[in-house]
Design a protein around this ligand. Structure first.
Ligand code: E4P
Length: 221
């Protein structure tokens, strides 16, 4: 399963990229707005730092505007994936861009039927938002299972990009289902790295080593 970071924050992107953990990045207008400044600078920088796919989202809501913006976004790099919303115009734009060889991520997917239509438009990724479904009392992970089954039935090449991830259990469940990608807020990726027993175990190893060293001051590894 590929791991993308869901942020436009350059410090977080650099931190996790340096650890070798990132296969790509997803952004959206809200994440850009959270960072402030000129989003063009962030887009330029992110597409340079990251080798894998970087989803950059259009803000036009009608077809021709989406195509224009999509092509402009692609100028930031060959790794840019154009993110379009799951609307009739978004699907039409997905079909056109995809058939020109420009990869598309159809975002704001909340049902299996929406995912099916996005896959039929030729999109490289569909982004089902599981956390937002959980927030309204539905089972976001059930949607991932449904999409996985449908895509397998028809050998769709469209990848399932699990979005709106809220906690590490979402990641384990998505991996068990066989989702292609999870996109994670930096805080979730941070939590995945940690376990209290790892911390305690390391503290014990180091204090035992110090004991040994106090008896044999010259030892070195
Ligand atoms: C995905 O591409 C979106 O940017 C994101 O996962 C949305 O998550 P949220 O529901 O936490 O805003």
């Amino acid at each position: 399963m590929k791991i993308f970071l869901d942020t436009a924050n350059l410090d977080s992107i650099k931190k996790f990229n340096d650890m070798g953990l990132l296969d790509g990045i997803t952004t959206n207008p809200s994440l850009m707005s959270k960072e402030g400044g000129n989003p063009k600078d962030a887009m330029e920088e992110i597409t340079k730092i990251i080798k894998g796919d970087v989803s950059l989202e259009v803000v036009s809501t009608e077809y021709s505007g989406m195509i224009e913006e999509g092509k402009r976004l692609r100028e930031y790099g060959d790794n840019v994936v154009v993110k379009v919303p799951m609307t009739p115009d978004g699907l039409k734009a997905s079909k056109s861009l995809s058939s020109e060889g420009i990869p598309v991520n159809v975002t704001l997917i909340f049902s299996a039927n929406q995912a099916l239509l996005a896959a039929k438009s030729g999109a490289k990724y569909v982004s089902p938002f599981i956390g937002r479904l959980d927030d309204i009392g539905q089972d976001g992970m059930h949607l991932i299972k449904e999409i996985k089954e449908i895509f397998s039935n028809y050998n769709f090449e469209t990848q399932i990009l699990v979005a709106s991830v809220r906690h590490p259990v979402h990641v384990v469940d998505a991996a068990k289902i066989g989702a292609d990608v999870v996109t994670l807020p930096p805080a979730v990726l941070d939590k995945m790295l940690q376990h209290p027993l790892t911390k305690i175990g390391l503290e014990n190893f180091l204090s035992d080593w110090e004991k040994l060293k106090s008896e044999n001051p010259d030892i070195k590894i």
